[in-house]
Design a protein around this ligand. Structure first.
Ligand SMILES: [Zn+2]
Length: 286
C-alpha cells in the first residue's frame, strides 16, 4: 500500500507533544510567544504589598542629565501632557545610558521634525538617566505623529555586560511610576511598534525587538505589561491605604437633614477635554 507523505514523516519522527514543541521551536524561534518566563525565573515575581511612590523611585534610581533647554532636541519649545508611554530599545551594543546622554547633549543623534532625536529616559541594569522633562515632547517614535506628541519615550540599553532582565524590570518599575504620576492606564503603555512611521516600509518598527515575537507585540510583550501592572498595583494599593487611614482619622460627619429649597440652576461647567489626535498646541500644522 502506498504510504502518504505525512505518514512517512510520522514514522521517521514519531511526534509526541514534547518533540512537536522542540521541532516547532527550532524552526520558528519567534513562536515561543513568551520569552518573559526566562526573565521572570531570574528576577522572581514582583513583590506583593503596597509601596510608597518615593520608595519605588529610590529603587528606580533616576539621574537627571538634561539636554540644555533651547538646544538640540530641546531647541523648540514643545510642551506636552503625556497620555502614553512608549518603550524602545537602543539597538546600540556599545553605548550605556551615560553615553546616550552625552550624545543627546551634543546633538549627535540627528533626525525627526526638529532635526535632533531625543527621548525622556534611558534605562540600564543599575540606573536610569533622564534627558528631558516629562512635560516636554520628544523625538523618538513617529515624526509628527501622536507617538511623539503625546508619549513619554523610554529607551532600554543593550550594551555588552548589561543585565537584560534587570534592565527590563527597572523599565517596568519606571513605567509604573510614570503611569501613576501621570494617570496613564496600562492600555496606553505601548511598544515603539504601536506607532506607524509614515513613508517607512514596514511602517511599524520591530522595537523593542527583544520584547516582540515575530516582530509583533504578543506573549512576551504581554508578560512585560503584566510586570508593569504588578508594580503599578503596589502604588495603587499604597494610595488606597493612605485614603483609608485618613478616613479613619477624620470620619466624615453625618450630614444634617437637607431642607428643600428651590435653588437657581447650577452654572454650566466647561469640561477639560484632551482629544487624542488633536495637536497639543492650537495652530500647529500636522
Ligand atoms: Zn524604538
Amino acid at each position: 500500500m502506498k504510504r502518504s507523505p505525512i505518514s512517512s514523516l510520522t514514522l521517521l519522527f514519531p511526534i509526541s507533544a514534547l518533540t512537536a514543541t522542540i521541532v516547532v521551536g527550532t524552526i520558528l524561534p519567534g513562536c515561543a510567544h513568551n520569552r518573559g518566563k526566562n526573565w521572570e525565573a531570574k528576577l522572581g515575581p514582583v513583590p506583593e504589598g503596597p509601596i510608597a511612590p518615593e520608595k519605588l523611585k529610590k529603587e528606580i534610581r533616576v539621574k537627571q542629565d538634561h539636554i540644555p533647554k533651547g538646544r538640540f532636541g530641546r531647541r523648540l519649545n514643545r510642551p506636552m501632557r503625556p497620555q502614553f508611554i512608549t518603550v524602545h530599545s537602543t539597538q546600540n551594543y556599545t553605548g550605556d545610558a551615560f553615553d546616550h546622554a552625552k550624545a543627546l547633549k551634543r546633538g549627535a543623534l540627528r533626525g525627526g521634525v526638529c532635526g535632533f532625536l531625543c527621548w525622556h529616559f534611558t534605562v540600564q541594569d543599575n540606573l536610569v538617566v533622564q534627558h528631558i522633562p516629562t512635560d516636554e515632547q520628544g523625538e523618538h517614535a513617529d515624526f509628527d505623529g501622536p507617538g511623539n506628541r503625546y508619549s513619554i519615550g523610554i529607551e532600554m540599553c543593550e550594551h555588552k555586560g548589561n543585565d537584560q532582565a534587570k534592565t527590563i524590570d527597572r523599565t517596568a518599575k519606571l513605567t509604573a511610576a510614570l503611569m501613576y504620576e501621570n494617570d496613564i492606564p496600562i492600555d496606553r503603555v505601548v511598544p515603539h511598534y504601536h506607532w506607524p512611521r509614515r513613508g517607512y516600509k514596514p511602517p511599524n518598527k520591530n522595537c523593542p525587538h527583544f520584547l516582540m515575537d515575530d516582530g509583533k507585540p504578543r506573549g512576551t510583550w504581554n508578560w512585560f505589561l503584566a510586570r508593569v501592572e504588578s508594580h503599578h498595583q503596589r502604588l495603587v494599593q499604597h494610595a488606597q491605604l493612605l485614603e483609608q487611614q485618613q478616613q479613619e482619622q477624620n470620619p466624615i460627619p453625618k450630614a444634617p437633614p437637607v431642607m428643600q429649597v428651590k435653588a437657581d440652576p447650577p452654572a454650566r461647567q466647561e469640561r477639560e477635554v484632551f482629544p487624542l489626535l488633536t495637536p497639543a498646541r492650537p495652530g500647529r500644522p500636522d
